[in-house]
Design a binder for this molecule. Sequence first.
Ligand code: ZN
Length: 594
Amino acid sequence: MESQVEEIKKKLDVVDVIGKYLPLKKRGRHFVACCPFHGEKTPSFTVSPELQIFKCFGCGKAGDIFTFVQEFDHLDFRDALEELAKMAGVTLIKDEHLSEIERHHKRLVDLNYEVAKFYNYILTSHPLGKLALDYILNRGTTLDTIKLFKIGYSPANSTLITSYLLKKNFTVDELIATGTFGHSQYNQRQLYDRFQDRLVFPLCDFRDRVLGFSGRILPTSKNPNLAKYINSPETDLYHKSQMLFGLNLAKESIKKAKSVIVVEGEFDMVSPYQNGVSNIVAIKGTAFTEDQLHLLKRYTDTLILGLDSDFAGNNSARKSIALADSLGFDISVLQLGEKYKDPDEAVRDDPDFFKKQVESVVPVWDFIIASALKTFDPTTIRGKKEILSMVLPFLVKITNSVVQSDYYHKLASEIGSDVDAVISEANKVNRPEASVVTTLHTSSEKINKVEQLEDYLLSLIFSSQKPHLLAPKIVDQIEFTLPRFKNIFTNLSVLTTDFNPKTFADSLSPELSPVFNNLYLAGTYLNLDSHHRLLEIKKTINQLLTISLKQRQVDISSQIARAESARDDTLINQLELEYNSILQQLSSLQSTKT
Ligand SMILES: [Zn+2]
């Protein structure tokens, strides 16, 4: 497998691979794009063809093509290997290299596929599925759609499917591990199907693998006390927080439309999709998770919420919106008016109306202000208070200050108040929890000032086409204090050949080459001309010298104090001379500052 990884790396270029996922723009020796891993409007995601790596200077994500595909598509190593092998035209030596866990997952995916096929067959072709089929056809879902979504029906008698699967050589343990089956309470030797007598939607990931199921009760059910919807429990494969129903079918349309409509339930996704609104996914609830947002971020940064219209009063929805905002999404709301309770109902009744509403969505903050104004009376004191307490928790979480300020003004004018008063109320509301992006920054290691400056100085040196010619000029001026920087700088100073980043990285010890990669990318990312580079280098050296001189100054002061109490005049004189010389050096550094 090791050699196959190398083979693939040799055949693929990092720019071609990442270029398939993101629009890359050439900048200097690199390519840049807006980072897919954190929200940003100006590109800090950098790809280096020379080093065959990528790095984001916003969030710190970095690595090679394998890391990229794993992170971007949320794949484990084996799956990323498969994707890249396909791209490289390399045939992988199959299954025997799969780990025990990977083999287990693959079995469960195959099993789920069989289950979906069985349910779909019962629904579309078996008398047992007749009632369910009548029901779904009656509500307007076509046979083509049923086939496309692999919708099925799980018959009331579980033994039909369990014996079918056992005959296909799946084990009882595997059946239970999918979460679809369990031991019967009454007869431990019997298995029951948790979706029995339900319409079943397979829950697929974006690669079209069936990871779990969702079952909807039929109106004809003999037991009306059952929950309307049930889902697979969390299993090795199925994680609710990462599921976006319909993404496997909608992803291309989302890319094309440059937006995604997010709805709550399966039918809210299926019905619009069938009617030509195909940039749509369902989150199965009113709140979306960070995982779901990251998944969507791969395809678009525009969210259109098609959720239950009173979601504005919902705490978890509010958190989701703040999270999406902090990740750089533009968020709007699809309004269906009073007439329809959800997208499914609206599309089935009046597809043209639905499409028109999709074209005329309103920004989420306007929607929230409007719904507060509809609920409370802005002319009374009590109403104003209610409106503020409904709207401000949303507005305080807007990450862009200009946008935020606009909405404070808007809110103030709507309730006939002064904007300063609104802002002062906003300050009383909980400050936004640290956004995802800022947590990423604070969690990165704390670098002290000297470390930061030395790091920057080396980056500046490496930003030159010929850093090995720059190094000897710097050797006399400053000494690097951090061992890793010192080591890299020494290696550069003694270089006798022309500088080549790849060869240089290979010549370093394994723990230093990633340090160098960072410095090199950071340097070239600066994109400076030689004049500005020299100015920056001079400034940084001055700052480093100033810090070390000031430290020396502190040391000498305490030595003088000790010498004074020991009444050692000779030492005092000597220290004072040195102290004065430091003062002079400091002031000459001051005067050279630009
Ligand atoms: Zn990033």
